[in-house]
Write a protein that binds this ligand. Structure first.
Ligand code: GLU
Length: 527
């Protein structure tokens, strides 16, 4: 059982391409077959430097290393089409010799004139059985001019028999019929001596002994042409599976890079340049990315949504592939990533470069504890920076919470709390100690916890407060509580100031009195 992933190096591999690679890979593994990478680089005009390396790296990151390919070798190579020119020459000759293909010498000007004439009448131009005898080709020229004509650039066209009806079968969509009369005499070999996609693709699938062709739906219209080529050579065609399109989040139309740019999500596996961001760099784990991708057009028939690559290798089935388009859902991709991050051990996460980068300024002794504490809060690895903000002293305090607490004199409470914490020899029993203290002093636990959290973190959100305390240590806790006390004093002062102002009683003397009183009361030096 042999399958191939056959990308063209025309830029970075988009999500649809990786999904095609994945379904090929899974199908190969499930059937104990061979997964081949073939680089279809015969179109020199569309060739983009660096794309092949990108494709290789993306496959490697996703854990889909080809069994045969340009970097991995194999007996049926070379696996780069640009290195197979001589093979195509040999096979095109076979088709010309049997009369299944012919040479055509029409100049671009003649062809575009013919095209324009048709288009002006609102019709589509086709070069085929109905008009091929009125063009300049080896069917219309005299035999003795042929050798001279073949010295200048020419193309080779497939001679489509218009009388036949072509029947092709797609394993996902069933049988498809096509009237040959509606097909072009497709160009198989171009003027530069390079094969076209159709020709090279069929020749290589045959020579590389591909059993099943799995590719995107956009290639379905090419299938009848491919079938004609298999027939012309007298070869048995492989099985075909055309995968559903990946749709925009709205479900309307094909997902594009522009959708990603607009809505702020990546549509490529890896970074390509500044503006083309990858899932990896956006903080996705390869396993999670692959898991999500597998669900874009396939389902196991159960409720299960989390699958490891090896589970997918066991479970993957053609029956599970859907016909209709698969809607891209970034929130779901993030949810899956979140599950994978949370299921990883903190030690494993610490081995990942982006994680280490974000923890650079954190005391190495504390890193493990920090990761353990916040991993359940991460949807992407890049959320880490945001989620460890509490390691730094708060720059401001959440306004809503401050307003809520301000009327209850949190400064006083914090002063008492600080005194209590100061007396503790260690922080192991901090929670129990504070709970007992709150109870015996009639302090509502909610008020105590909120005041402490806002002092330490600056907001009410964040991981477990006592774990935070453990990581920060006594000195930092006391320091932050002190800053918060100062803040609440100032805040109280301003509230009074506004009160005076709004009741129009504010005179210079009044203000001086308030400030004077406050200063002598709080004696704070941190203002
Ligand atoms: N080179 C084609 C592509 O870029 C491959 C199509 C196929 O798999 O037949 O997608």
């Amino acid at each position: 059982m042999r399958v191939r992933f056959a990308p063209s190096p025309t830029g970075p591999l988009h999500l649809g391409g990786v999904r095609t690679a994945l379904f090929n890979y899974l199908y190969a593994r499930k059937n104990k077959g061979v997964f081949i990478l073939r680089v279809e680089d015969t179109d020199q005009n569309r060739y983009v430097e660096g794309s092949e390396e990108y494709i290789q790296k993306a496959l490697e990151w996703a854990g889909m290393v080809p069994d045969e390919g340009p970097n991995n070798g194999g007996e049926l190579g070379p696996y780069r089409q640009s290195e197979r020119k001589a093979i195509y020459q040999k096979y095109i000759q076979k088709l010309v010799d049997t009369g299944a293909a012919y040479y055509a010498f029409d100049s671009p000007e003649i062809l575009s004139k013919a095209r324009n004439e048709k288009e002006e009448k609102g019709e589509t131009f086709r070069y085929g059985a109905h008009n091929r005898m009125s063009f300049h080709n080896s069917l219309t020229c005299s035999k003795d001019t042929l050798p001279t004509l073949l010295k200048a650039p020419y193309v080779v066209r497939l001679k489509v028999d218009p009388k036949q009806s072509i029947t092709v079968k797609d394993e996902i969509r069933g049988t498809i019929y096509q009237e040959a009369a509606l097909l072009d005499d497709k160009i198989l070999m171009k003027g530069d001596g390079m094969p076209t996609y159709h020709f090279a693709n069929v020749v290589d699938d045959y020579l590389m002994q591909i059993d099943t062709v799995i590719r995107g739906e956009e290639w379905l219209p090419s299938l009848p042409i491919h079938q004609l080529l298999y027939d012309a050579f007298g070869w048995k065609a492989p099985k075909f599976m055309h995968l559903p399109l990946i749709l925009k989040p709205s479900g309307k139309g094909k997902l594009s890079k522009r959708d990603g740019d607009k809505e702020g999500f990546p549509v490529f596996p890896l970074n390509w340049n500044e503006t083309t961001r990858g899932f990896k760099e956006e903080g996705f784990l390869a396993e999670a990315f692959i898991n999500y991708l597998a669900l874009l057009g396939w389902n196991s028939g159960t409720e299960q949504e989390l699958f490891s690559l090896s589970e997918l290798e066991q479970l993957f089935s053609v029956e599970g592939i859907q016909k209709g388009g698969a809607r891209f859902d970034f929130e779901k991709a993030k949810w899956i990533n979140h599950q994978y991050i949370n299921n990883k051990k903190a030690e494993e996460l610490l081995e990942i470069e982006v994680v280490r980068q974000q923890l650079k300024s954190v005391d190495p002794q504390k890193q493990l504890h920090v990761v353990q504490l916040i991993k359940e809060r991460l949807f992407t690895l890049n959320d880490l920076t945001e989620e460890i903000q509490w390691l730094n002293e708060p720059e401001s305090y959440d306004e809503k919470t401050v307003q809520k607490l301000a009327s209850k004199a949190p400064g006083q409470l914090l002063g008492a709390l600080s005194a209590r914490i100061e007396k503790l020899s260690g922080l192991e029993n901090l929670k129990a100690a504070l709970m007992t203290w709150a109870k015996s002093n009639d302090v509502p636990v909610g008020f105590m916890m909120q005041s402490l959290r806002i002092s330490l973190v600056g907001a009410l959100s964040g991981p477990d407060l006592f774990e935070i305390c453990n990581i920060l240590g006594k000195d930092l806790i006391l320091k932050r509580i002190n800053s918060a006390i100062s803040f609440f004093h100032v805040n109280r002062l301003f509230r009074k100031f506004y009160l005076y102002k709004s009741s129009n009683f504010l005179t210079k003397t009044a203000l001086v009195t308030i400030i004077g009183n406050e200063c002598s009361i709080t004696q704070t030096s941190n203002w």
